[in-house]
Each structure stands twice: as structure tokens, then as C-alpha cells.
Design a protein around this ligand. Structure first.
Ligand code: HAH
Length: 338
């Protein structure tokens, strides 16, 4: 392990007056990235370990070991835990929606499974997990409707969303409950998210915040677009968490738009562009610290990032503040020096 990071300031300490700084972790990175985690972050989120397919792979079979280890790590280090995620269209076993014969299950069966899942997971961690992404990514991307045609919607209709929040609140009344989504700053999609959350609040559904994922790029979304979305969501009076922040160096990196499959060299020019972007982003986030309660990165350092495989499999990306050797990047300095 290198020695340089030991002498740098703590990101979390620097941001204590503004908002909590978090990181997504996995069963391995808790150990391999422990030094960075403990020094720079106030909270952890399970990258995958609390998703339905991992924690509840089959009917009546729960696999809590990895989630338990994460929660225990956080407890030992005095860190906050953001729970992620209870009801989603991805990483959920197909069997949730099927009966014993492999046919589509009755709505009442699916509803019971939803209730049982949310209640079981929330109950287990009610003293350890401060907030949950209860429902993830439920609205459509393009202007072709409102709610995503997921198996949840098909089986249970719009009500599945309110139901999930109600059960979560009943079982863990102290937990803060969030709706979480991506492309959350896009003008049309952010209106749908706004409408969904406003509707839930109107019905008295226990929802306390909006999670803005923040899977952003060097040139997109524009700062003004992010600012507009933050202000729009904040006008609902709910808490805002940036839940999955990373800045891909791809996307509009050459101003061409779209996704190139070619790998870029991570050179000084790119390092400076990323630093400028992170500096601008955190300056905006600090300006909005009155409404933003936490900012979580989707990973810790560039040696372990989902961006290496999304949206292009096997294309190395450099989206975080720490490099593949766990050293602070230029982007780190642009975030802590202001
Ligand atoms: C997020 N989705 C998920 O919330 C998170 O759980 C996952 O680990 C990574 C990103 C972003 C996303 C996606 O998975 C697929 C298409 C668009 C966006």
C-alpha cells in the first residue's frame, strides 16, 4: 500500500459542515479499500449485497451474511448505512413473479411476497440502517408514459409503490424512506419523478426523500440542469440525497455525443477535465447544502467501479476521486480545496 493518502485531508471532515459523504461498497472492497473508507467516508451503501436477488434469492430463503457483515463493519466504524434497494425491476429473481408451475403468479401472491420481503429485511436492520431506497427506478425514461412497465406494475398496478413505503414505515418507523432514480436531472424525467413523489405525499404515503443517483458525465448533465432538478425536488420539502455519484470520462468527452466503444488513455488532459467537472459539481452541491443531506459515491477508487462494464463492457473508466492505486486524483483536490 502506498503512503501518500495518509497525509491528505479527509474528504468527510472537509464536508462535515455541508453533508454526509458516502460510498458504495461490496463484500470485498470493505477489506481492500478499508483505509480509504474509514478515513474519508461517513456512510456506506451495499452496491449489490442488499438487492433482492442477493439477500433473498429464493422464496423463503434469505442470505443475510454479506449484508450483515457490511452492517457490522459500519457499526464498528461508527458509520451510517444507506439501505439499497427493496423494490426494483432489476436484480430481482424471476421466481418472485411465478407460481410453483412456472406460470405467472396471482397478484395476491406477488403482493404477499413484496410485503414479506420488505418487512423481513427492514425488521432485521431496523436498528442499523438509517435510510432506505425503498423503490428504485419506477418511472419511464422517455416521454412515452409515466410508470415503467415493470413486472411490479404489471402485477400490482401503481399501488405497489405506496404499498412498499407503507410496509417499510410500519416495520421500521425510524428509517428515512427514499425514492431513487437515474437521469434524474433530465427535464422530462425529473417532472415524472416530481409528479410521482408529489402524488405519494398527497396520499399521505410515508416518503421522506428523493435519491438522485448522479451517474453523470464530463459535459452532461449541465450544471444548470442539475441545479434546476435539485430546486424542483427540494420544493416538495423532502430530503435530497445524491446516492450513486460518479463521473464517467466517456459520453460527450469529445463533444460528439453517444458512446464510443474505444478506451481513452487516462492522461493529464482528462485528469484536468475530470477535476474541473468535480470542482464545479461540488461547488453547486455546497451551494445547495441546505437541502442536500448526503452525497454518496458509487464506489471508492477507480480499481473497482461498475463503470468499467457499463454502458460498455470491459472499457476502463476513471469516474471516482481515488485512482487505481488508491491515491488521490486531481479531482480529489478540486473537491477539497475551495
Ligand atoms: C443504478 N442503476 C442502480 O441503482 C445500482 O443499484 C446499480 O448498482 C448501478 C446503477 C443505473 C442504471 C442501470 O443499472 C441500468 C440502466 C440505466 C441506469
Amino acid at each position: 500500500m502506498n503512503h501518500i493518502y495518509r497525509n491528505i485531508p479527509s474528504l468527510g471532515e472537509r464536508y462535515r459542515p455541508y453533508f454526509r459523504i458516502g460510498a458504495a461498497v461490496n463484500a470485498k472492497s470493505l477489506h481492500t479499500h478499508r483505509d480509504l473508507l474509514v478515513k474519508h467516508f461517513h456512510s456506506v451503501t451495499a452496491e449489490n449485497e442488499m438487492k433482492w436477488e442477493e439477500i433473498h434469492p429464493e422464496d423463503r430463503r434469505y442470505e443475510f451474511a454479506k449484508a450483515d457483515a457490511l452492517v457490522e463493519f459500519a457499526r464498528n466504524c461508527g458509520m451510517y448505512v444507506r439501505g439499497h434497494t427493496l423494490v426494483w425491476h432489476n436484480q430481482t429473481p424471476a421466481s418472485v413473479f411465478l407460481d410453483d408451475l412456472g406460470q405467472p403468479a396471482a397478484a395476491s401472491v406477488i403482493e404477499r411476497r413484496l410485503e414479506e420481503h420488505v418487512a423481513t429485511v427492514l425488521d432485521r436492520y431496523k436498528n442499523d440502517i438509517g435510510c432506505w431506497d425503498v423503490v428504485n427506478e419506477a418511472v419511464v425514461d422517455n416521454d412515452t408514459g409515466f410508470l415503467r412497465e415493470s413486472r411490479w406494475l404489471q402485477a400490482l398496478g401503481d399501488e405497489y409503490i405506496a404499498k412498499a413505503f407503507r410496509i417499510a414505515h410500519q416495520v421500521a418507523p425510524g428509517a428515512l424512506l427514499f425514492y431513487n432514480d437515474y437521469n434524474e436531472t433530465k427535464p422530462d424525467k425529473s417532472e415524472r419523478i416530481y409528479k410521482l413523489v408529489a402524488g405519494l405525499l398527497d396520499q399521505g404515503v410515508p416518503i421522506h426523500g428523493i435519491g438522485m443517483q448522479g451517474h453523470w458525465m464530463l459535459d452532461d448533465p449541465a450544471l444548470g440542469e442539475i441545479e434546476r432538478a435539485i430546486d424542483r425536488y427540494a420544493s416538495l420539502g423532502v430530503r435530497l440525497h445524491i446516492t450513486e455519484l460518479d463521473v464517467s470520462v466517456y459520453g460527450n468527452v469529445h463533444g460528439t455525443g453517444g458512446q464510443s466503444k474505444a478506451m481513452l488513455p487516462y492522461d493529464d488532459v482528462l485528469a484536468r477535465r475530470l477535476a474541473k467537472r468535480y470542482g464545479d459539481l461540488f461547488s453547486l452541491l455546497r451551494d445547495r447544502a441546505d437541502v442536500i443531506e448526503s452525497v454518496t459515491f458509487w464506489g471508492i477508487a477507480d480499481d473497482d467501479t461498475w463503470r468499467d462494464n457499463f454502458p460498455v463492457r470491459g472499457r476502463k473508466d476513471w469516474p471516482l476521486l481515488f485512482d487505481v492505486n488508491h491515491d488521490a486524483k486531481l479531482a480529489f483536490w478540486s473537491v477539497v480545496e475551495f
